[in-house]
Design a protein around this ligand. Structure first.
Ligand SMILES: Cc1cc2nc3c(=O)[nH]c(=O)nc-3n(C[C@H](O)[C@H](O)[C@H](O)COP(=O)(O)O)c2cc1C
Length: 177
């Protein structure tokens, strides 16, 4: 089983989560490569059994570079005839979406739209979205958003324990698929 962990991270939260997912997958026996959206080059989703795509929620959207990347991939696959009406499910092709967020205004609801949107790119290609993981994370550079928001004091998140839990979940996922 082959997996790719592809992520975008500005202040390091998503990077930490991506690394934990890769570790967990490797521990479960899955061969897992990791790269950023900037490094991803011409990686073909269809060469992998599992694509893990991660990003922060930015104004309840995926960051622009992630959106651009996925749109370009979609255009490529459309040209190749891989986008089909009815989006037939491809057996053995899976996607995991992970999204870090701070939720200062409306909590997890300002992260879920980003996760759902990204998931649709994979579902349109016939990948089964096995899960969306939303990880509460520090909002670097904003004391207000870190302490007075909907989620309370979120400094230092994701914690070591959070990252260990994520690794365990990735081990379970690798064993399950
Ligand atoms: C410009 C900007 C907009 C953001 N918008 C949201 C948002 O809409 N919802 C949310 O939950 N968090 C939002 N955040 C917080 C980030 O999603 C959160 O800190 C994330 O973990 C950052 O990930 P990174 O460290 O991998 O870059 C925003 C952060 C920035 C800098």
């Amino acid at each position: 089983m082959k997996a790719a962990v592809i992520y975008w991270s500005q202040t390091g939260n998503t990077q930490k989560v991506a690394a934990s997912i890769q570790k967990g997958l490797e521990e479960s026996g899955v061969q897992a490569t990791i790269c950023t959206v900037a490094e991803v080059d011409d990686l073909d989703f269809f060469d992998y059994d599992l694509i893990c795509l991660g990003m922060p929620s930015i104004n309840w959207h995926p960051p622009k570079p992630v959106e651009e990347y996925l749109k370009n991939m979609f255009i490529r696959y459309k040209k190749e005839g891989r986008v089909k009406p009815g989006a037939p499910v491809l057996p053995g092709k899976y996607a995991l979406i992970f999204c870090t967020y701070s939720g200062p205004h409306t909590g997890i609801r300002e992260a879920i739209p980003a996760g759902k949107y990204v998931g649709q790119f994979f579902e349109h290609l016939g990948f089964t979205v096995v899960d969306e993981w939303y990880i509460l994370s520090e909002f670097f550079g904003s004391e207000e958003n870190n302490t007075l928001g909907r989620m309370g004091n979120i400094k230092g998140l994701p914690s070591f324990e959070d990252l260990e839990r994520i690794k365990s979940s990735a081990i379970n996922l690798g064993q399950r698929l």
